[in-house]
Design a protein around this ligand. Structure first.
Ligand SMILES: Cc1ncc(COP(=O)(O)O)c(C=O)c1O
Length: 277
């Protein structure tokens, strides 16, 4: 496997991460996961912009200019002959003696990127999934795509242990998002999702879904959804770069709508399929 380290493509065995890398020790860094369809990085500009924003929010400078990074990522996909899959990009604040305070300008952030397998969850996209409710105990800057994913990891494992597909996080009675997905409900033909504020990650797939709604006359509104109104949802679904759009047919033991993927969800899946190669 070829791996990008800073601006160089190397073989995997030539890349070593230092024990004092702050990403490793503090989760002090940011990341992105991008999708590759037929050898092309999908929505790469949006992902790069979000990476730059996340870095800026944690007061970290990316070690490469975005246009250079874009070129290197395209080379990475090509050198690894990725046809359909994903690319993981991570930037940590760099290597320095373990100490909470920033290491200063002499320390360069460490960027790595490499391909990940990315297979559509075809079965789940078609049949829908069950999710379970988990308290949203994350910090209050979920808009930053930070390496600190401990509660997301805990929540996802709880979901899997309960035999469900995803953890639906809730804070003060409000559904925020999934452990690695955004959440939507449909009521009377309108698609609702949590406002893009500090309590959720503004997903790139979410932004595409909003565009698709507006271009195709599907009513859409950013609005808080409450866990205790879940039985009134006609439809529900989750989205992310890796899963695209997956219908939610059950929240805990409560059946959503008719217990099968709804019409609006299926229409959005179809529209999404048309914008991906
Ligand atoms: C917490 C969280 N919310 C939402 C998403 C969906 O974002 P995107 O559509 O950009 O993949 C992710 C993706 O990993 C995530 O981790």
């Amino acid at each position: 496997m070829r791996v990008l380290l800073q601006d160089q493509l190397l073989n995997r065995d030539e890349v070593a991460i230092d024990i004092e890398d702050r990403g490793y020790q503090f989760g002090d860094g940011v990341y992105e996961v991008m999708r590759v369809y037929e050898g092309q990085l999908f929505t790469i500009n949006e992902h790069l912009e979000r990476l730059a924003r996340s870095a800026d929010q944690i007061r970290m400078k990316l070690p490469l200019r975005l246009d250079v990074l874009k070129e290197r990522l395209i080379e990475l996909v090509s050198e690894n002959s990725v046809q359909n899959g994903a690319v993981y990009v991570q930037v940590s604040r760099g290597v320095s003696l373990r100490n909470h305070s920033f290491p200063g300008d002499k320390v360069t952030p460490v960027l790595i990127a490499y391909p990940l397998p990315g297979k559509k969850p075809a079965q789940e996209q078609q049949n829908g999934v069950q999710v379970n409710l988990v308290d949203d105990m994350r910090w209050l800057r979920c808009d930053i795509k930070s390496l600190n994913l401990l509660w997301n990891v805990m929540a996802k494992q709880e979901a899997l242990d309960k035999g469900t597909y995803e953890a639906l996080l809730h804070r003060d009675g409000t559904i925020t998002e999934g452990s690695s997905t955004n959440f939507y409900a449909v009521k009377d033909g309108t698609v609702y999702t949590h406002p893009a504020n500090n309590l959720i990650l503004n997903g790139i797939t979410r932004m595409k879904i909003i565009e698709l709604c507006s271009e195709n006359g599907i009513p859409f509104m950013e609005k808080e959804l409450y866990i205790n109104e879940r039985t009134s949802f006609d439809e529900a679904f989750i989205s992310s770069t890796t899963i695209e759009i997956v219908p939610v047919t059950k929240i805990e033991e409560d059946v959503i709508g008719e217990g099968k993927p709804g019409e609006v969800t299926k229409r959005l899946q179809e529209l999404f399929r048309k914008i991906t190669p």
